[in-house]
Design a protein around this ligand. Sequence first.
Ligand code: ARG
Length: 403
Amino acid sequence: MTKIEKIVLSYSGGLDTSIILKWLQETYGCEVVTFTADLGQGEELEPARAKAEMAGVKDIRIVDLREEFVSDFVFPMLRANALYEGQYLLGSSIARPLIAKHLVGIAREVGADAVAHGATGKGNDQIRFELAVNALDPSIKVIAPWRQWNIRSRMQLLEYAEKHHIPVPSDKRGEAPFSIDANLLHTSTEGKSLENPAEVAPDHVYQRTVDPLDAPDAPEIITIGFERGDPVSVNGKSMTPAALLTEFNELGGRHSVGRLDLVENRFIGMKSRGIYETPGGTILLAAHRGIESITLDRAAAHLKDEIMPRYAELIYNGFWFAPEREMLQALIDHSQAFVSGEVTLRLYKGSASVISRASPCSLYSADLVTFEESAIAFDHHDAEGFIRLNGLRLRSWAARNGR
Ligand code: ARG
């Protein structure tokens, strides 16, 4: 085994990473620095400090990354209207490069030669962490205990905890919990009964959205302000990126917006079924498409839609810090120069529908499109020639086919 001098561990304070912490200390016999990121997962982070202290960690980092997460990762991604396989808003995928960036930053600061994470060998997250570390600092090694140790099951994990006096919460002794990943953008739930895609997900997997049947009978109308492709206000009130997303999560959660039950294709090769809740992100995607609909030129909008699946797949597969993602981002960001204005939506029993949009940079012309008499010169005979020329090849083709 390669000699490691110092490790920075991505540490949640939960059972898995507590065990990983102990395992790293024992296996490598070196100092482990813990890094706990506040991504808006809605969990107390101070217990993580206490647990790390108990495990003898001297250098404990707990960092609030909510604003950076939303302004430098979530919003740039939303500018692209990114969806993986047509539906997934990439809530876990987009958080990994940010965590990796800080792991690398801390490693450099404290002179660590390795970073470690608690992602398993079957998932996408290991790939995302490690590709990001590769791209940011090739000299830093990555330790993935789940791929190295001989713990193969939840039972063995609990035995290891018991043997090393790591406290196991009583609810973790019985049935295995769902695998949950939460942050300001989404909550993702996988595992247990969800592993059978033919089985309906139990109600209790949903954590931040109410059942549509219990959502209020009265719709709620909200107005979102955009500047250059990013949301900046709600109902006329300006807020920071993280505060805005928090607000949209609350609004969406109350109206059951953003639930998704999905079977997706993991990069590593297998299909997996998960439940996603992305209330604020779902509202923002609809609103962003709404403001783009009046401010983007047709060809610009269609080009964005063509590259979107490619861009989303790059993020899903862990290539956030790759040159091709940055190139696509430059194109997307350039397209947003005039994507400013206001969009009004109605939230109602699971839906977030755009009901009006307005912009000082609008390309929409009522005068041009109107069915009524209009001041703008539009020669209807031009349309005749337009259709005749577009139909030229179709007429040749049909004649050849003998129609
Ligand atoms: N399948 C999702 C993705 O790869 C979520 C992964 C993490 N979620 C979890 N519940 N462990 O982006």
